[in-house]
Ligand binder design. Sequence first.
Ligand code: NAD
Ligand code: TYD
Length: 357
Amino acid sequence: MSFAPSAVLVTGGAGFIGSNYLLHVVPRYADTLFVNLDALTYAGNLANLTDIEARDNYRFVHGDVTDADLLSRLFAEYGFDAVVHFAAESHVDRSILDPTAFVRTNVHGTLVLMQAARAAWKGSEDICRFHHISTDEVFGSLGPEGHFTADTSYAPRSPYAASKASADHLVRAFATTYGLPVVITNTSNNYGPWQFPEKLIPLVIRNAVAGEPIPVYGRGENVRDWLFVEDHVEALDRVLRSAPNGSTWLIGGDQEISNLELVERLLDEVDRQTGSQVGTRRPLIRFVTDRPGHDFRYALDSSPIQEQLGWQPKHDLEKGLQRTVRWYLDHIRWMENILDGEYRSYYATQYGSRGMN
Ligand code: NAD
Ligand code: TYD
């Protein structure tokens, strides 16, 4: 299967993974038009895209994926033959504080977007493609052994995971019922440039640079599998262009580590790159009240995408963390510019009562 789209609607392209995706594909496919539809929530930032904003094959539209009229106008104007759907509320902790926006954007937004694609693509489904970006969190929580596969039953446990699972189910239902041409990818924890510093890795780097306490939930024993974002976007490009219709792909980095060990490695890397003695920052670690319903472990079996689509991650954790710390140290101004009053108020609500001092 080989698919070469001519006009791609990318939703959520001003967020972390969406901007890395656009920075990868826009220069690479000069004959393809990429239209980035983003509502610019707290997580969306056009400063991520300055390297491509003036390119002829790139456009930005400020708008919401729940806006059916806007979507139908955009499909009519640009004649999209592909949609790559990143737009979402993406942070588990925020979903615990208030799940409302998660259902609105992740579930209703996906529905509205698919309705627009379905109407526009009637009769030409075989030359179009809807790529839904999802997460491994839909599968729930693993114990110390085993891996998720594409056949693992869904068992989401946080409001975020439930909203993504719900969207995945709707996407499959649209494929089965209406013949919408879809592909789905479920990915493990991404890290790298342009990630908003509310997620663990950039939050640790930011606080470490500022000499502020580093919150570790529980005893830091939970395990995540980490994937460098540039490896992820290469996998996404392969799936869009070469995976069969209706297929699902799990994309992981095969780099599992407990949160505490990860935080220690990050702090040591910040020490190393700032010329401090390694170990200086470890006393910043604070064990704080655990996240409610905290999934113990995620791990994915990525062998199908490696064997069938020929994708391999290029970064192990050591190399990825080195690059990530370097990038954040070189982009301190970018980071401080996005940490506005909304972030400070979220931070106070999230960590104020958790035992940080
Ligand atoms: P992010 O929070 O950094 O960015 C989300 C983007 O979507 C932002 O630019 C935001 O402005 C935009 N957006 C939010 N609501 C919108 C709406 N109603 N209409 C239009 N735009 C809207 O998220 P991310 O980390 O880049 O994640 C992208 C996708 O990948 C999400 O679907 C997420 O569930 C999935 N995912 C993320 C990870 C990860 O580790 N970050 C892992 C697996 C899957
Ligand atoms: P996060 O980056 O929020 O991603 P996810 O919840 O999607 O895995 O969190 C990664 C892990 O780090 C998760 O087990 C929760 C933990 N964590 C902390 O210990 N402290 C923090 O301040 C944050 C944000 C996360």
